[in-house]
Design a protein around this ligand. Structure first.
Ligand SMILES: [Zn+2]
Ligand SMILES: [Zn+2]
Length: 282
């Protein structure tokens, strides 16, 4: 299916990944990955259990450099971070994140501002999302979904990232509140405008396969792959791994879905640049 097995979205015990960095790398070598990127959640201006703290960053980078050297004959390793777009001050383009010696940066939105300015996690479990929607976000789903994509577009305008992480992830929790949202005209128009915006800005996105085996959903949803194809938006296929035994989770289904839709190339890292690599039909 794909000549080179790769993944550039992987967590580890420096954030909410469930094993040390080395276990992900050993597993990647075992499974025949040709290149692999570690991308822990970057430090936020406040404490979150799932993100790295600022004082852990130098240990994160030195551990990576040690492992990159140790396994240099077996696999190409890259270090990145998944950086949240919070607001105009705290985002991937911010000087602090830009000054870190990373190979690449993923730009993601996991947090929105509540009605009283509080930070609300919209990426947690579905029941928690429904609760937060009621308690902190005004109770109406549509404005919250729009606020998520507005934040995404602010992030894309600000730049400072290599590719966008799970660009429509809010839809999964939103479906718990409104099961037919993907059939709504307003949502499909929003998606078309969103992918227009991405294409105009020349950003790359990932097809995030983390939840596919459990839920049957990719991020972005497979329904919108044709929009991505028509706009020629470059795509990486990543598993957003949190467990070493799930680093390949959903990847081959992701490649298949792309091919089925007529997307025949994916982006992979070669040395210091991202390159389009043909997907090979099996
Ligand atoms: Zn994420
Ligand atoms: Zn992630």
């Amino acid at each position: 299916m794909n000549k080179y097995l790769t993944n550039y979205h992987s967590h580890c015990s420096f954030c909410d990944g469930r094993a040390p960095m080395e276990e992900f790398i050993i597993q990647a070598i075992k499974m025949g990955f040709t290149s692999y990127g570690i991308s822990s959640h970057a430090p936020l201006p406040f404490h979150r259990l799932w993100a790295m703290e600022k004082n852990e960053v130098s240990a994160y980078l030195s551990e990576f450099n040690f492992l990159k050297e140790k396994y240099s004959h077996q696999i190409d390793l890259f270090v990145g971070m998944e950086i949240d777009y919070l607001d105009a001050e705290s985002n991937p383009a911010n000087t602090y994140y830009q000054s870190l010696p990373l190979d690449y940066r993923i730009g993601s939105v996991h947090l929105l501002h509540g009605l009283n300015g509080e930070i609300v996690d919209i990426d947690g479990d579905r029941k928690g999302f429904k609760e937060n929607l009621k308690i902190s976000l005004g109770g109406e789903l549509k404005p919250v979904v729009k606020a998520y994509f507005d934040k995404m577009m602010q992030m894309i305008d600000a730049g400072g990232f290599d590719f966008i992480g799970h660009c429509d992830k809010i839809f999964y929790n939103a479906l718990y509140v409104c099961p037919d949202m993907l059939e709504k005209e307003w949502y499909n128009r929003l998606m078309a405008d969103f992918f227009d915006f991405i294409a105009e800005r020349g950003s790359m996105i990932e097809l995030n396969t983390k939840a596919f085996d459990e839920t049957g959903f990719f991020f972005p949803n497979a329904k919108y792959l044709s929009m991505i194809r028509d706009r020629k938006i470059p795509v990486l296929v990543n598993s957003d791994a949190h467990y070493p035994d799930r680093i390949h989770s959903g990847l081959s289904s992701g490649y298949e879905a792309l091919l089925l839709c007529g997307i025949r190339e994916v982006v992979q890292r070669r040395g210091t640049s991202w390159q389009l690599v043909p997907l090979v039909c099996s």
